[in-house]
Design a protein around this ligand. Structure first.
Ligand code: GLN
Length: 497
């Protein structure tokens, strides 16, 4: 049951092979049995089962809402009324929100049953899920490996079939990179598609919610319910809600039959800078085989250039900490969350609260962010970074004059070992090279499973990145789905699942 897609689970519910209650119970049992993965921060079985019972009642009344009764797990960055909302931080370890994030609310209205909150890097800062106050998450494919980050809990939960789908957030790769490292499908839509209301802020001009699931088709189904204009988020796009499933299973260009070469006419751009010396050979091989399969599906490959790719790391690691430093200032021990138990005056309370409440990576970013925004350094760092950010966005637009989609690796290598990079933040940052510029430009990006590493890494998944132009999510999902219809990478599960 747990390996089924959302569409299959929908059919099972509709044919009364299983109730929403039994389905929720089944996944809760799996979550309990897999505690070693540390994928969940908070579960509340009573609340989950009550919601499932309510879904069953709606089903019995003939309610045909497409997502009704299907389980979902939420990254702990989304605030929830019934579960803790910690963002992986000691600062919010016991925080319970008085309201639901828009994403959570919309999926609840659609009838989805929340299974719990998934582990993550503290305030979504990290690439390995080792920065969580609640401890690292293990990769279900190889328990000595990281699951990627910061949505490592959501990725591991989907990969280990503890939930059919989970929400995530992506500021510089946090949906795509863990999806890639755990062999699941993840999509980060165009900035402004998914409301940030109730999504605990890291870097507000980059943060974007999205979905992680077993297939592109499942992502499409849920993304439609999550996204759309929200007046409570000032950067939410004023666009009508979109059905992201309408192109699935259709040829790229309209013809009457779905031919074998269903993507004929699709031009795939391969950025020269994404296939350079930093890319490991096993990832390179898996991506190349995948690109050949896309050619067999009728697509043509064209070389494009994103000349400022290398600069995306310094640019991102100036802008993101600057915004983070500003966002973190609300955690002062006064309004909500952690407050130090012992202090002598107000200033001392601030100091002790922040020293004890934040982990090392968050402190590092507050320091960097404050530095680059300070008088005298603002022009040299922050302003300069913003200018290059604009060029990076323009470079993508130039590339899109030659192609319809951009493809490449998500990460330079497969998942690394737990502990391998924790003492070397720079190495950790460098691993984000292929994902950051998408966020800097506000573009949508996906990761789909497309192979495995080699040798001792033969059990560690590789993901293919698909980048589309603004609001091209339905097209990207079509392109991902066309591949998943003729391959089985997305159906593979770790041993024992
Ligand atoms: N790894 C990046 C960082 O640490 C991206 C994180 C994210 O997308 N939330 O900032």
């Amino acid at each position: 049951m747990h390996q089924k897609s959302l569409t299959e689970l929908r059919a099972a519910l509709d044919m009364k092979q299983i109730s929403a209650f039994e389905l929720a119970q089944h996944f809760l049992k799996r979550i309990e049995a897999e505690r070693e993965l540390n994928a969940f921060i908070d579960v509340n079985p009573q609340l989950t089962l009550d919601t499932a019972r309510a879904a069953d009642q709606r089903l019995a009344r003939g309610d045909q809402t497409p997502l009704l009764g299907l389980p979902v797990a939420h990254k702990d960055v989304f605030v929830t009324r019934g579960w803790k909302s910690s963002a992986g931080s000691r600062m919010l370890a016991d925080y319970i929100s008085p309201f639901d994030a828009t994403v959570v609310e919309r999926l609840a209205v659609a009838g989805m049953v929340t299974l719990g909150k998934t582990n993550m890097d503290e305030f979504a800062m990290g690439s390995s899920n080792e920065n969580s106050f609640f401890g690292p998450v293990r990769n279900p494919w190889d328990r000595n490996a990281v699951p990627g980050g910061s949505s490592g809990g959501s990725a591991a939960a989907v990969a280990a079939a503890l939930t059919p789908i989970a929400t995530g957030s992506d500021t510089g790769g946090s949906i795509r990179q863990p999806a890639s490292m755990t062999g699941v499908t993840g999509i980060k839509p165009t900035y402004g598609c998914v409301s940030r209301y109730g999504m605990i802020a890291f870097a507000s001009s980059l943060d974007q919610g999205g979905a992680m699931a077993r297939s592109a088709a499942d992502c499409a189904l849920v993304l439609g319910a999550m996204s759309g204009f929200d007046p409570r988020d000032s950067t939410s796009m004023q666009r009508d809600a979109e059905d992201y499933t309408y192109l699935l299973g259709k040829p790229w260009k309209y013809t009457h039959t779905l031919s074998d070469r269903s993507l004929s006419g699709l031009r795939i751009g391969l950025p020269r800078e994404y296939f350079g010396s930093g890319l490991s050979s096993d990832v390179w091989t898996a991506i190349n085989i995948t690109l050949q399969q896309y050619e067999e599906l009728g697509a043509t490959l064209v070389e494009v250039s994103l000349p400022k790719t290398e600069l995306s790391i310094p640019v991102y690691y100036v802008i993101a900490p600057a915004e983070a430093a500003s966002n973190m200032s609300r955690f002062d021990g006064v309004r909500y969350g952690y407050r130090s138990a012992k202090y002598c005056d107000l200033l001392d309370m601030y100091k002790k609260t922040c020293s004890e409440g934040f982990g090392a990576e968050v402190k590092r970013r507050i320091l960097i962010g404050t530095y680059v925004l300070s008088h005298g350094y603002y022009d040299a760092y922050y302003l300069q970074a913003q200018k290059i950010r604009r060029i990076i966005a323009q470079d993508f637009q130039d590339a899109f004059t030659q192609c319809d989609m951009i493809m490449g690796p998500v990460s330079p290598g497969v998942a690394w070992n737990l502990g391998e990079k924790v003492d070397d933040p720079l190495q950790m940052y460098l691993a984000d090279i292929y994902t950051l510029s998408t966020n800097l430009a506000g573009l949508p990006g996906m990761s789909i499973p497309c192979g495995f590493g080699t040798g001792i890494y033969a059990a560690r998944p590789v993901g293919l990145q698909i980048i589309g132009n603004y609001f091209n999510e339905a097209r990207m999902l079509q392109v991902a789905d066309a591949f998943q219809r003729v391959t089985t990478w997305h159906r593979k599960v770790p041993a024992g699942v």
